[in-house]
Design a protein around this ligand. Structure first.
Ligand SMILES: O=c1ccn([C@@H]2O[C@H](COP(=O)(O)OP(=O)(O)O[C@H]3O[C@H](CO)[C@@H](O)[C@H](O)[C@H]3O)[C@@H](O)[C@H]2O)c(=O)[nH]1
Ligand SMILES: [Mn+2]
Length: 391
């Protein structure tokens, strides 16, 4: 507690054992330097065997050492966040923010409706006032099957959600708003993949529920922790620091990890080490699914020190305004950015350039579980797309 009696809604801790890691890293650096100097001082003379191989190895070791040196930036300064949800519930009984959840799907064959619907149901069951929760399903395939499955799921939810451990009284149970959205795609108008779908959802939801917070969950992932919305709100609603935070990214975990993890697609090092470090430097990336955003920053708002915990949203209601929004999206001044295969990363960076901060929250109980690529063909497609976007 500070002198003014203020109890924060979240706290940040530096990892234990940093000194130990730094000693370890320094010892490796000394080792690398010794290898370098050995390679330089013992080059075979002209005519001696192995001279070319020696020089080749020296180049490889130089490169490896340089690469190792750069990766230390991702290991040096890990931080962990902790939230205080009971303080949030206590302080904001009726003033919790509206949350709009966007689920994206694009292909009913690769992404079967059963999986999509499981995702939708899982996010409908968040432990959160249902009148403040809206779930939007964007179906880029405009599939009748997916639509029918959603319709059936909405009926099923009426029976299932009251039995969900967090629903309090089945008689009083109201349901979150559920909306199906399929964009009209025209051949002469480029659809911009997921970024286009997300921007369409931002526009549609602004005219329906207009929640101050927006969460995206891909249809190949589901919510595994019904308290994750409250966790995210602990960051946004913190009285001292909340007004600086634009987005809270949760790690992407997977429940179909193969035994030997041949392709290392569970991104373990990234989510358990490197993101904690990026977070320590205030530069956590937005990496798509599992990320909570303030709607206003996603819509282009700049950070300002004067404005405290105010969630200002301009609703583009009439047609003229909607057209303006579309033009702004096209110029990447509003919503998710276009023209890059990793729309999320560049969108996150642009938000940070406007002065906002981001947070990484990795709760003990996994918040989102998804399907990772398991075959070489799937991995190659995914990495080609990521590499095209990131470099
Ligand atoms: O035209 C499209 C193409 C894709 N999607 C959806 O976008 C999501 C992500 O696509 P996916 O093929 O699963 O890509 P991944 O490589 O698994 O996605 C990772 O990488 C993306 C780009 O960085 C992020 O947006 C994702 O959240 C992140 O999980 C899925 O829900 C798709 O249904 C659309 O809605 N419309
Ligand atoms: Mn995916």
């Amino acid at each position: 507690m500070g002198n003014d009696g203020y109890l924060p809604l979240f706290e940040t801790k530096r990892t234990n054992g940093r000194t130990l890691y730094r000693i370890f890293a320094r010892s490796i650096f000394v080792g690398i330097c010794l290898i370098w100097s050995y390679r330089v001082s013992h080059v075979p003379r002209y005519g001696e065997d192995g001279r070319l191989v020696w020089i080749g190895l020296r180049a490889a070791e130089l490169w490896f050492g340089f690469y190792w040196f750069l990766t230390q930036a991702h290991r040096w300064n890990l931080v962990y966040r902790q939230t205080f949800k009971e303080r949030l519930s206590h302080r904001y009984v009726n003033e919790l923010l509206g949350v709009d959840i966007f689920v994206c799907t694009a292909d009913p064959v690769i992404e079967p409706p059963m999986m999509v619907i499981n995702t939708v149901l899982s996010v409908m069951a968040y432990d959160y006032p249902p009148e403040k929760l809206s779930v939007y399903l964007s179906d880029d395939a405009g599939s009748q099957l997916t639509f029918y499955a959603l319709l059936e799921a909405s009926q099923f939810a009426k029976y299932w959600i009251p039995f969900y451990p967090n629903a309090k009284d089945s008689k009083e149970c109201v349901f979150p708003t559920l909306v199906y959205v399929a964009r009209g795609k025209r051949p002469q108008y480029f659809h911009n993949f997921k970024a286009g779908a997300m921007n369409a959802l931002i526009r549609v939801s602004s005219a329906i529920s207009n929640g101050q917070i927006v969460l995206n969950v891909d249809c190949d992932m589901y919510s595994n922790n019904s308290l994750a919305v409250r966790d995210a709100l602990c960051f946004f609603m913190d009285e001292k620091k909340g007004h600086e935070i634009a987005y809270v990214q949760f790690p992407q975990n997977f429940d179909n990890i193969t035994k030997n993890e041949l392709y290392s697609s569970s991104l373990r090092v990234i989510s358990q080490v490197e993101f904690h470090c990026l977070d320590g430097y205030g530069g956590l990336l937005y990496v798509g699914t599992g990320c909570f955003h303030r709607r206003d920053t996603l819509c282009g708002r700049k950070f300002s020190r004067e404005i405290h915990n105010e969630f200002k949203i301009d609703i583009p209601k009439d047609r003229e305004r909607e057209e303006t929004t579309a033009v702004l999206e096209e110029k990447s001044k509003m919503g998710l950015k276009y023209g890059c295969p990793v729309e999320d990363v560049i969108t996150g960076l642009s938000i940070q350039c406007r002065g906002w901060k981001s947070m990484y929250y990795n709760p003990e109980k996994t918040a989102f579980l998804g399907v990772e690529p398991t075959t070489l063909a799937q991995i190659l497609v995914q990495h080609k797309r990521w590499s095209e976007g990131d470099f």
